[in-house]
Design a protein around this ligand. Structure first.
Ligand code: GLC
Length: 708
């Protein structure tokens, strides 16, 4: 009999439930509840996994208690939110999505895994795969943006990066795809609110990234806090048992979100903790994070016949199998003891950060800065704020070793005089620092305004209704802009900020998100032209919060938008177009697209078509273009979106160089969720659109026919 079966036979009920119980150590808390000492619980076998404890020594010490001092010696699973880096911090996921580079997405996950496993961590609660189209929701920062196809590529790349080829290796982390699902669709962008959407939208938008994560072998999945149309995901048997385990065949572990099992009482779907525990366990949730609902409720649920011992055993088995796959039974100390993997994480962080920067607007030739520039004013609350550069969910990353914009610019322009002042706080009403700050700009050749949000204004429990600059930053910016001198804006935020006045008046605006440990160097690389910006928006940038949710993949409607025409899908007071479309991102180069071809012009299911396009660099700067391939199914049994992203490709071109970009588009990738909610492929005409963003005005189009 193998060791898992032996343990299952030997375990008491308390020990079985202990393997399903995850508690936070006293090192950090990422949700409601108190800090607590956990050693006596570990000795008694009442805890199977720990959250928020890291550091080789601490990990080995707590593991030794489990292995040497508990009755069965089953090792602990040590877990942490390693979302965008562990000690070296990479750009927040929404920024990383703007790289449109699965290789880099995988590399940063790999580097994060190397650092986290050195600290004894075996599982990370990442990647976060919540498609989001509502920037009022603070967790938009943590995810891969608005597009389900991009989110699916992100899911696969991150899962591969965290888990590597061998989950049992010293530097591999178990990935947890989260939060299943539709968390990004919370009502009015309000955190933890209910989401109410059709089964079709679930299957078209919110489930695909989790299918991709399962296909990539994710070890675990975390259901979302929220309810979908009244069914809390933590107790959603149709989706967890039916779709995930039944249809997809997912055999991994389901870990509840923080306290979520007990919060089924707040949802009003369980009358006591035993019912809450039973609902979650029967829905397939194996581990109860932090709520103690399983510890307190499962024994009673068993007595009351709400669950069976077989159901408890099935969950315990999945948890033990994960621990076995991680190699914890062979060597509980493998993580936290191995020698550091080679590789320069800081250099990787700088590469990822500069590629995440999106040049939103740039008038004339204000950028890149002249190498001879002699006097710059660096103004704003985020100018010299290294702690803000790491963004939310920065794991063990200490902001104080991040490179601030001031430090980065000083290092890049050692001969330049750089005067800096914050002028205002990020979010206060005090104007007293503005005159002195404006004075510094008066004599400078150019001002770099460093504006935006602080770390606490996005991430979990950080929904906002007003998406303009917080505090008095607008007052500061307007005083500086009123000087009439060149102004470049660095916009640091966890979401698109709605500041049309700023885009109108500033000479250039860069979305610098939260770029991580190398923020200042990455921004300096772009401002000085050492790096030609390549970032592309993975999220549509609204013109006004009243447009939200605004995204490129809208359905046509019976009265498609016609600017200026009443009785079409439009607003009286604002164009329907966003401030910047999905895929937007300027470069110091200028690329011309031509000769879009599709061959053959008709194809059958199971076949492919070859799509090609000529791209030419018509500028004086070598650069890299990103091309997006969209399709539109013109007539189908269900109204299909105006644009659906099916591929993206990059091409680097020197000055004056041109080159072909080619795609092979499998016809079967044109299937969609049919009337019966099953995938269907229907004959008919398809438009192919290719461009550098989803801006309809700049797409090249051709057509082909899918024949039966
Ligand atoms: C938090 C988050 C979840 C995270 C977990 C552990 O509340 O919702 O994403 O993984 O708790 O920190």
């Amino acid at each position: 009999m193998n060791r898992i079966n032996k343990w299952l036979v030997a375990m008491t009920l308390e020990e079985k439930v202990g393997q399903l119980n995850m508690l936070a150590s006293s090192q950090a808390v990422t949700g409601p509840g108190n800090r607590r000492a956990v050693e006596e619980d570990i000795r008694a076998g009442r805890i199977g996994s720990l959250l928020n404890l890291w550091g080789g020594n601490q990990a080995r010490a707590v593991q030794r208690i489990a292995v040497d001092e508990s009755r069965l010696g089953i090792p602990l699973l040590l877990t942490l939110d390693v979302i965008h880096g562990h000690r070296t911090i990479f750009p927040v996921p929404l920024a990383e999505a703007c790289l449109f580079d699965p290789d880099l997405w995988e590399k940063t996950a790999r580097a994060a895994a190397a650092e986290a496993t050195l600290d004894g961590i075996a599982l990370t609660f990442a990647p976060m795969l919540d498609v989001a189209r509502d920037p009022r929701w603070g967790r938009i920062v943590e995810g891969p943006g608005e597009d389900p196809w991009v989110a699916s590529q992100f899911a696969a790349a991150k899962t591969r990066g965290f888990q590597g080829d061998d989950l049992g290796a010293a530097h591999s982390l178990a990935a947890v795809a989260k939060h299943l699902c539709a968390y990004g669709a919370v009502t009015a962008g309000r955190e933890y609110a209910s989401a109410d959407l059709s089964d079709r939208t679930l299957r078209e938008i919110y489930l695909p990234p989790f299918s991709a994560a399962v296909a990539a072998g994710t070890a675990a999945i975390m259901p979302a806090f929220i309810d979908i149309a009244g069914v809390p995901m933590t107790a959603n048997a149709p989706l967890l048992q039916g779709w995930l385990r039944g249809q997809l065949g997912f055999e991994g572990v389901l870990i509840s979100d923080y306290n979520a099992v007990a919060e089924l009482l707040n949802h009003g779907v369980a009358k006591d903790i035993a019912e809450a525990a039973a609902l979650a366990l029967k829905a397939g949730v194996d581990i109860d994070m932090m709520s103690n609902a399983y510890t307190q409720g499962l024994p009673e649920a068993l007595e009351r016949g709400l669950v069976t011992m077989g159901e408890i055993d099935a969950s315990v088995r999945r948890v033990l199998e994960l621990k076995e796959r991680l190699g914890l039974f062979d060597d509980p100390y493998r993580r936290g003891s191995a020698k550091p993997e080679t590789g320069d994480a800081r250099a990787l962080a700088r590469e990822a950060a500069r590629r995440a920067i999106v040049l939103l607007s740039c008038k004339g030739d204000i950028l890149p800065l002249s190498p001879d520039i002699g006097h710059v004013a660096l103004i704003g609350p985020l100018a010299a704020a290294p702690g803000e550069m790491v963004g939310p969910w920065s794991s063990a990353g200490l902001g104080d070793d991040a490179v601030s914009f001031l430090d980065g610019l000083k290092a890049a322009l050692p001969e330049c005089r750089i005067d800096s002042a914050s002028g205002v706080d990020v979010d206060s009403q005090s104007l007293q620092g503005i005159p002195a700050a404006v004075e510094l700009c008066r004599n400078a050749e150019l001002t770099v305004l460093c504006l935006g949000e602080d770390v606490s204004m996005s991430g979990e429990a950080a929904s906002r209704t007003d998406l303009d600059l917080p505090g008095c930053q607008r007052t500061l910016a307007e005083k500086v802009l009123d000087l009439g001198k060149p102004v470049v804006v660095l916009l640091s935020s966890g979401r698109p900020l709605v500041s049309p006045w700023l885009f109108e008046r500033a000479d250039a605006v860069l979305a610098t998100w939260f770029l991580g440990s190398e923020a200042g160097n990455a921004v300096a690389d772009v401002l000085t032209g050492k790096f030609n910006p390549t970032g592309k928006l993975a999220i549509t940038w609204p013109r006004n919060v009243g447009q939200v949710p605004v995204f490129y993949g809208q359905r046509p409607t019976g009265r498609p938008t016609k600017a200026g025409e009443r009785y079409t899908s439009s607003y009286l007071d604002l164009p329907v177009t966003p401030q910047f479309p999905f895929g937007h991102g300027l470069s110091y180069s200028r690329f011309t697209l031509s000769d879009l071809r599709c061959s053959p012009s008709c194809a059958k299911p199971g076949e492919s078509v070859e799509i090609s396009l000529m791209v030419r660099n018509d500028s004086l700067a070598d650069g890299e273009a990103t091309l997006f391939l969209f399709v539109r199914d013109l007539v189908a049994s269900v109204a299909r979106p105006l644009l659906e992203l099916k591929a993206f490709r990059k091409i680097a071109l020197s000055v004056g160089e041109q080159g072909w970009v080619n795609w092979t588009l499998p016809i079967d990738s044109l299937n969609f969720v049919g009337l019966d909610l099953r995938p269907v492929l229907e004959p008919g005409q398809f438009e192919i659109h290719v461009g550098q963003s989803a801006d309809p005005g700049e797409l090249l189009t051709t057509i082909f026919e899918l024949i039966p």
